[in-house]
Structure formats: C-alpha cells, structure tokens
Write a protein that binds this ligand. Structure first.
Ligand code: FES
Ligand code: FES
Length: 159
C-alpha cells in the first residue's frame, strides 16, 4: 500500500505517495523526474546512483524510500546555483573526467559528501571515495586529477 513520505530534496520540502519499499533511485527518476542520478548496475556495485542524504553519500538503488523520510537529500540537480556550477562540477569538467558522463553525477555526489564535510580529506580518503565508482571511459586518471582540483577549489571557496 502506498504511503506519504516527506523529505527535503535539493532545498525543497517534497512529499511522495509511493510504496515505502520502492527504491529511492526509482522515486527520484520516475516519480520526481530527476534523471541526473543514473541507473547503472542496480546491485550496489557501480556508484552511478549515488545521492547525498544528511551529508552522507548513499546508493539510491539499494535504499528504500522509507529510509529517507525526514532526511535532507541532494541530487546532482541541487548543486549548481543557477548557471554557476559547484566547484566540484567545475573541476571534474575541466580535468577531462567527463567523457560519456554516465558515471559523473555519482562521482560528484560522492565528492560533495566528502569535501563539504571534510575539505582537508587525505589523498587516501579521496581514493577510498573514488573506489566506490566504476567508469568505463576515462581510465580513472582524469577523475583522480579532477578530485584533487575539486578539493583545491572547495578549499579556496571556503577561505
Ligand atoms: S545503480 Fe546503484 S550502485 Fe549501480
Ligand atoms: S565518463 Fe563514461 S562511464 Fe565514466
């Protein structure tokens, strides 16, 4: 039976009327029509479905929507301010980390959760975050470069 579930999504109080065990990824893409979050493996392996809930990166393909009732959620659509990209978006695009772009929203949200809470994350912490994501295009090096550039831009913005 469907249930009303409320959360804050990209700064907007949002209520959906869905089966509580529906996966958050499906709610985001199919009910709310926010298709920036990608549907990759569906089994918690690829990281393309990553969103941020209460400051933590989570895989929305294995998170029932009932688990985020009352949470503050961000998807990739919530990061830019108007035409102004978030520093992490800028860095990934400038480093050549975006080829087909399918993995990019998930990686950006992973880095957003890490760097907004810990702008001085160590290289190992950055690596650990990136290791949760598969990319079939780049060979990963531009993504690592992009993550380092993102950290620098976030640190500069915070000064
Ligand atoms: S679609 Fe969620 S981890 Fe791949
Ligand atoms: S840029 Fe194509 S999957 Fe990563």
């Amino acid at each position: 039976m469907s249930e009303k579930i409320t959360f804050t999504l990209n700064g907007v109080l949002t209520t959906v009327d869905v089966e509580p065990d529906m996966m958050l990824l499906d709610v985001i893409r199919e009910v709310l029509n926010l298709t920036g979050t990608k549907h990759g493996c569906d089994n918690s392996t690829c990281g393309t479905c990553t969103v941020v809930a209460d400051g933590k990166a989570i895989k929305s393909c294995n998170t029932p929507v009932s688990k985020v009732a009352g949470a503050t959620l961000f998807t990739i659509e919530g990061l830019a301010k108007g035409m102004e990209l978030h520093p992490i978006q800028k860095a990934l695009s400038e480093s050549g980390a975006v080829q087909c772009g399918f993995c990019t929203p998930g990686i950006i949200m992973e880095l957003y959760a890490l760097l907004e809470s810990n702008p001085n994350a160590t290289q190992q912490e950055l690596e650990n975050a990136l290791n949760k994501h598969l990319c079939r295009c780049t060979g990963y090096e531009p993504i690592r470069d992009g993550a380092l550039m993102a950290q620098k831009l976030v640190q500069e913005r915070n000064q």
